[in-house]
Design a protein around this ligand. Structure first.
Ligand code: UDP
Ligand code: MG
Length: 141
């Protein structure tokens, strides 16, 4: 079982100055940040990242939204990181997210749901590689 997952603080997180709160929350839950960067994603990059959703009714707006402002992808490490981080962020629709999850606390809508977390080991590996070459991922400490 891999101990890493990919998180993204989405544009609404940064726009509403929630970056510090979100990072604190993640660290408090016991995750270690192994890589992190601030970036503007192009539409082509977002299309690549969310290719799995191509053709779905929300796809075009999702591409617009995710390329509308800066975001922060990060590699997080913890035992059982993928499953554990999905618990920490809560359901896709913040109205359905469990109490004291990042999305229940901060997200304003299903689209602008503040944070991304990989949904499987396989996708975590692909998503980490999408953003970070190996040399950008901290291996010690
Ligand atoms: N999304 C949306 N409308 C929907 C479902 C999803 O705008 O009905 C957006 C939302 O930002 C979500 C992303 O598309 O986080 C990817 O959807 P997915 O089903 O993979 O949800 P997640 O894995 O992020 O919980
Ligand atoms: Mg997903």
């Amino acid at each position: 079982m891999s101990n890493k997952t990919l998180a993204i603080l989405k544009p609404d997180c940064l726009n509403r100055n929630l970056t510090g709160k979100a990072i604190d929350f993640i660290l408090d839950k016991g995750f270690k940040i192994k890589a992190m960067k601030l970036m503007n994603l192009t539409k082509v990059e977002v299309e690549g990242f969310y290719a799995i959703h191509k053709g779905k009714p929300f796809y075009d707006e999702l591409i617009e939204y995710m390329s509308s402002g800066p975001c922060i992808p990060m590699v997080l490490e913890k035992e059982n990181a993928v499953e554990n981080f999905r618990e920490v962020i809560g359901a896709t629709d913040p109205r359905e997210a469990a109490e004291n999850t990042l999305r229940s606390l901060y997200a304003k809508s299903t689209q602008r749901n503040t944070v991304h977390g990989s949904d499987s080991e396989e996708n975590a590996q692909k998503e980490i590689a999408f953003f970070f070459p190996l040399k950008e991922i901290i291996t010690c400490q």
